[in-house]
Design a protein around this ligand. Structure first.
Ligand code: MRU
Length: 344
């Protein structure tokens, strides 16, 4: 996607270094962050310099490739295995992180030292390229659901910053806009990290998509007034039965959409599905630092003696989801349909 008219990828690897768009500085500053080794790459995921399921998946895949490049003949198996553990521990919820790590690790774990480096880099690039390809396809499928004059609500950021390119939930929106449809996007601000007001709004602005930021609490008001025609969000992990983990606050938007007869869609590539997890109740939910709730931009707003709870994700049960937009087409949030998707 373009930033001030120039093409950028959210994450890539050049000369053994992982290059990331520093998402902590947006929208006020656009800067590329460099990770010289897999430890720095893991840190960038942990500190949310890079964030969003697809983006951290590709970054972690590159992290395993870096570990292969850093290793030497005497210790390469142990070294790479340890790097996998380090990268896996960075964040617990997004399935793409684990898919990306496994994709590279499984391709080298039984190989000889003289071939692992080449294979690891090739596989990491392949994984990142697939992410960009899948999201573009999601855009095409999702665009078919968007009518002219459509008003769409989205939550958090599932645009191209959250993937390698295009994004999941925003990809259909970018495509509809480029196709000349008249659309308007309501972007939830998404407290406490404000991915909606900082990142989604910035991406929509770069593409000149008409949009307005709303406080998270305002979504119900607009859904009830009939001012929103559809909801599209991303997902961080989708269980075998179609229950979906996404940014905290998504569940309540889905319930309110159903209550008001407005379709609620999830957009996610197949790399977000976790068929080994039966339903949403088994998806690990990241609990983040309470300071994110107690403070705004580093300034404490809550009383000194108050504590806070800060779950980063919630689960939307499959029954609230009108469909899941994947790169292979739009499927029902249903165990059998999801199973068939992986048999294609
Ligand atoms: O905590 P984050 O910013 O890494 O959260 C991930 C997300 O951006 C959202 O949950 C998103 O809607 C799905 S991932 C594209």
């Amino acid at each position: 996607m373009k930033v001030n008219g120039k093409d950028f990828r959210t994450v890539c690897m050049e000369n053994n270094e992982v290059k990331l768009i520093n998402q902590l500085l947006l929208p006020h500053k656009f800067e590329i962050h460099t990770c010289k080794n897999h430890i720095e790459t893991a840190e960038a995921i942990k500190k949310m310099i890079v964030r969003g399921a697809g983006a951290i998946g590709a970054t972690a895949a590159y992290g395993v490739a870096q570990a292969a490049l850093e290793s030497d003949e005497d210790n390469y198996k142990d070294y790479i295995k340890k790097s996998v553990e380090t990268l896996q521990k960075t964040r617990p919820t997004a399935q793409n992180l684990f898919t990306g790590i496994n994709y590279v690790y499984n391709s080298i774990k039984d190989s000889d030292f003289n071939e692992i480096q080449k294979i690891a880099v090739e596989k990491a690039n392949e994984f990142a390229d697939y992410d960009a390809y899948a999201c573009k396809k999601i855009g095409g499928h999702g665009n078919s659901l968007i009518k002219d004059d459509c008003k769409i609500l989205t939550h958090c950021n599932a645009g191209w910053l959250a993937f390698v390119d295009w994004g999941s939930a925003l990809s259909p929106i970018f495509m509809a806009h480029r196709a000349g449809k008249n659309i308007f996007v309501f972007a939830d601000e998404t407290r406490p990290r404000n991915q909606g007001s900082l990142l989604t709004a910035w991406e929509l602005g770069q593409e000149k998509v008409p949009h307005g930021i709303i406080a998270d609490n305002a979504a119900g008001y607009y859904l009830n007034k009939g001012e929103i025609n559809m909801v599209i969000t991303g997902a961080d992990r989708i269980a075998a039965n179609g229950d979906a983990a996404n940014k905290i606050g998504t569940y309540e938007k889905a319930v309110l959409a159903k209550e008001n007869n407005i379709p609620f869609y999830i957009a996610a590539p197949t790399t977000t599905f976790d068929l080994g997890t039966e339903d949403g109740s088994k998806i690990p939910i990241e609990e983040r630092n309470p300071d994110e709730v107690l403070s705004i931009s580093g300034i404490r707003i809550a009383p000194k003696e108050s504590s806070a709870k800060n779950p980063a994700f919630d689960i939307t049960p499959a029954k609230y989801i009108a469909g899941i937009i994947t790169e292979k087409g739009i499927v029902k949030a249903d165990k059998e349909e999801i199973k068939r998707l992986f048999e294609q």
